[in-house]
Ligand binder design. Structure first.
Ligand SMILES: Nc1nc(=O)c2c([nH]1)NC[C@@H]1CN(c3ccc(C(=O)N[C@@H](CCC(=O)O)C(=O)O)cc3)C=[N+]21
Length: 280
């Protein structure tokens, strides 16, 4: 079994972004907005700041109180939309329950939508036009490419149908000529479907969901989930030790898809900056 080393590839991608960013007349700029004080979100925002520093990207953080109103948040997004030095805007999800997530994401100017969550980005992806791709599925595609795992003509099974991972993952694999099946909580006999997969991507968030008997020998298995076990240790959906015996390729958690997600955010911010500086 070959480990799909997301940490190593992310470092390489960030080096490339840094080299390209240095060629621009003006530094790319990213604004990260966090509402409330979920500790996991704070950690994630801090790592994004470090990624920006490493890539030569200017970054700003807005930490808003838990009780921030919809109006205040929309006003901040609008201010950032107007700022010529800010190329990308990321509003950390999930938002506190009293806020309307869809309305906030839709407020972000599509040309600054580095998360790829705006309906315009989603539509462009659906019809195969250029645009921002959601970072996690885009990172999975980079990882497959790096290890020369070609989806064309293969059966790809995606477990999970969220707007931010499962659905766009299916579309990206389809665009690369895979035969795609998207499974979810109502799929009968998940195991039987997964066993057909040459490429299996799990994005559910349930530890132990993907057991070795669900994996076709020789498959490439990508674990997008971030769960914690009883000991508080990070783990994915895949029973790693057992699946490692059957799969040909497997992502670790941590060190797999997570670092790639962050690297793709840097790449999207670079793309946004290039567009804003009329270089593409
Ligand atoms: N608007 C928005 N965009 C996001 O992209 C977004 C979000 N909201 N909300 C939260 C989730 C979560 N997420 C992670 C990405 C990478 C790691 C990551 O790098 N994980 C490391 C380990 C980190 C650790 O050790 O704690 C790894 O897998 O190796 C973690 C979490 C992005 N998210």
């Amino acid at each position: 079994m070959t480990l799909l080393d997301g940490k190593a590839l992310a470092a390489k991608v960030k080096e490339e972004v840094k080299a390209e960013a240095a060629k621009l007349p003006r530094k790319p700029g990213l604004a990260v907005v966090l509402v409330g004080n979920d500790p996991a979100s704070r950690v994630y925002v801090t790592s994004k700041r470090k990624d920006c520093e490493a890539c030569g990207i200017y970054s700003e953080e807005y930490a808003l109180l838990e009780n921030t109103t919809q109006e205040t948040l929309l006003e901040l997004v609008e201010t950032l939309n107007q700022r010529p030095d800010i190329d990308g805007i990321l509003v950390q999800l999930p938002l506190p329950k009293h806020l309307d997530e869809e309305a906030v994401l839709e407020k972000i100017a599509p040309d600054k939508d580095v998360d790829g969550f705006h309906p315009v980005s989603a539509g462009n992806l659906l019809i195969g036009r250029p645009g921002f791709q959601p970072c996690t599925p885009a990172g999975v595609m980079e990882l497959l490419d790096e290890y020369h795992i070609d989806p064309a003509g293969r059966h790809a099974v995606v477990v999970g149908r969220s707007n931010i991972v499962g659905k766009p993952m299916g579309l990206l694999l389809l665009r690369r000529d895979a035969t795609v099946t998207v499974c979810h909580s109502k799929t009968p006999d998940l195991g039987a479907v997964c066993r057909q997969a040459d490429i299996l991507v799990s994005a559910v968030g349930r530890r132990g969901l993907i057991t070795a008997d669900m994996v076709k020998p020789g498959a490439a298995v990508v674990d997008v989930a971030m769960n914690r076990n009883e000991a508080g240790k990070l783990c994915g959906d895949v029973d790693f030790e057992a699946v490692a015996e059957r799969a040909a390729y497997l992502t670790p958690v941590p060190g797999g898809v997570g670092p790639m997600t962050r690297a793709m955010l840097m790449k999207n911010t670079l793309l946004a900056a290039r567009k804003h500086q009329n270089l593409v």
